[in-house]
Every structure is written in C-alpha cells, then in structure tokens.
Ligand binder design. Structure first.
Ligand SMILES: Nc1ncnc2c1ncn2[C@@H]1O[C@H](COP(=O)(O)OP(=O)(O)OP(=O)(O)O)[C@@H](O)[C@H]1O
Ligand SMILES: [Mg+2]
Length: 285
C-alpha cells in the first residue's frame, strides 16, 4: 500500500497567534483509503487540511505528496485534488449550474456535473440562485463542487454537516463509490456514525497534536470492555449479568445462564463517541 501523503514534523503557526496551532505532527495517508481526521473543535483539523491542500504555507517540517515535496508542485496538484470546505463558498447571485460551470472551467478534467446534481437531488433546483438555497442544499452543492474536476484525492471538511439522514446517506454513498475507484479521501467530521461507515483509518487530533492511527475496529478493541452483558428471563424476572469475555466458552455460570430464554446479549463494545472523549480528554476549547 502506497502512501499518498507523508507528513513529517509538521509545525504551523498563524502569524496572529503566539503558540503554534499544529505542534510537530508526523503521519501518513494511504492511497485508496478513507482517512478520518477527528478531534474537538479548535484542535487544528481544518488547518491541517488547508496545509495539505496548499492553501496555507509557511509551515516547518516536510510534506511529501506521492513521494515528492508538496512545495514543488504547481498547478497539476490542484487538478488532482478536490476540496469540500467547511463553510460552503458559492456565488450567491449565480444559479447552482452557473456556479458549477464557472468552477469546472478552472480545470482540464470535469465530471458530468448535471448528472451529479441529479444524484444529490439538486437537478430541479439547478437554475435557482444559490443565495436562495437552504443550508442542506448548499452543503450538497459544495460536495458536487469538490468533485467537479474528477479528482484523485478528496479533502472533505464535515461533508454531511447539516444534512438530513437521507441526503447524508447519498453523500456517504458517493464517498464510498469514490473510494471504490481506488481514490483517496481525507475527511474531518464530528459525526462518529459517519466515521464508522466511512473511515478505514482514524487519527485523533487534540490541541495540535496527534494520537496514533488505527482502524475504527482497532480503536474499539483497544478501548472496549472485554465483557459480555446478558439479559435473560428467569420465571417472572428479567436478570442482567455481565461476564468476562476471556474464556467465556468455559465459564460454567455463563453456560448455565444462557439456557434461560434470552432477551439480549451484547459485547461490551465502546462507542467511538466514548473513545473520542477518552482520547481527546478535556482539551476542548
Ligand atoms: N486564520 C486564522 N488566524 C488565526 N487563527 C486561526 C485561523 N484559523 C484558525 N485559527 C485558530 O487555529 C485553531 C485551530 O483551528 P481549526 O479551524 O484548524 O480547528 P478545527 O479542528 O477545524 O475545529 P472545528 O472542529 O471547530 O472546525 C483555533 O484555535 C483557531 O482559532
Ligand atoms: Mg474545522
């Protein structure tokens, strides 16, 4: 598996702030995977995405894109990437179609964006001024805009924020389709359900520093309680018991209890929400 990005000792400071916002982080992003950059508000996630998309320079450390220093890339880099900004930016006085036609004109390659508008449910509103769009419509248009140049790598900053569950699913399915083509996604989200459904690897950022990288499953195993909770009916009673997962198959009490009519049985899996809170601690700003 190739690394599409290799980031080494990245430090970044906004000129107006004393302390660096990104504090010496090193990590890699694998090609063809969905990489989740998570963490509390103000941790530096959007800043990191802006550095990787060359919107912010003036950092120290090294960023390699496909093995070559990111700073050496000119325009071709922008042909390869698609960026969905945290705050949708559109020309409000233009229609959705006019917006997309304008942005498509900036690139050599283009997708069939009228078709994509239809997939995200905006085709009927394609000739409506974007200033009149609802929040969710703007978010969906923002996604189409990120895809407009048929990129190899997509940077998405909270792509389903403000979407209803049906529209969020459409966007998530498009993200998974994109990955199925062997392409890479770097995603930031506060929605742990999205992380479960989308991310191959997850890293937590806290106050400009990073945790280790692991799959959602690995995070859960690491922080999961190694136990099983069982609810069973015993006469008129509902009994609840918890057993250690280790050597469960030889635990006589467990083996006896599960002969009763079972109501529920759950492994002590920790949710990603719990893990988020434990890993990032009380650094929220
Ligand atoms: N243009 C800027 N100038 C100065 N400071 C900035 C600028 N943009 C962001 N910051 C600061 O950098 C820190 C990290 O911001 P960033 O937007 O990267 O956080 P984030 O992790 O994306 O948070 P959120 O989850 O709220 O989007 C914050 O303290 C923020 O105030
Ligand atoms: Mg952000």
């Amino acid at each position: 598996m190739n690394n599409i990005f290799e980031i080494k000792n990245l430090v970044f400071k906004y000129p107006s702030i004393q302390e660096p916002t990104i504090k010496n982080i090193s990590f890699s992003i694998k090609e063809g995977k969905i990489f989740g950059l998570l963490g509390p508000s103000g941790a530096g996630k959007s800043t990191t995405q802006k550095i990787l998309t060359k919107l912010l320079t003036g950092y120290s450390g090294e960023i390699l894109y496909l093995g070559r220093n990111l700073l050496e890339y000119g325009k071709p880099f922008y042909e390869n990437i698609g960026v969905g900004f945290e705050m949708p930016v559109h020309f409000n006085k233009l229609t959705a179609l006019e917006n997309l036609t304008y942005f498509a004109g900036l690139y050599k390659k283009q997708i069939d964006y009228e078709k994509m508008l239809s997939v995200v449910g905006l085709f009927d509103a394609r000739n409506q001024m974007v200033g009149e769009y609802s929040k969710g419509m703007k978010v969906r248009l923002n996604f189409v805009r990120a895809m407009i140049n048929d990129p190899d790598i997509l940077f998405l900053d909270e792509p389903t924020n403000g979407l209803d569950p049906k529209n969020a699913k459409v966007i998530k399915d498009l993200i998974l389709d994109f990955k199925r083509q062997g392409k890479t996604v770097v995603i930031t989200t506060h929605l742990m359900g999205d992380v479960e459904q989308l991310c191959d690897e997850v890293v937590f950022m806290t106050n400009g520093t990073l945790s280790e990288i692991a799959t959602p499953r690995e995070w859960k195993i690491k922080y999961g309680k190694k136990e099983v909770a069982v609810e069973y009916a015993n006469a008129d009673d509902l009994r609840k018991k918890v057993y250690p997962l280790d050597n469960l198959g030889n635990n006589p009490e467990f083996l006896e209890d599960i002969k009763h009519p079972m109501e529920t049985i759950h492994s002590g899996e920790t949710s990603l929400e719990d893990i988020f809170i434990r890993v990032t601690g009380d650094h929220d700003e």
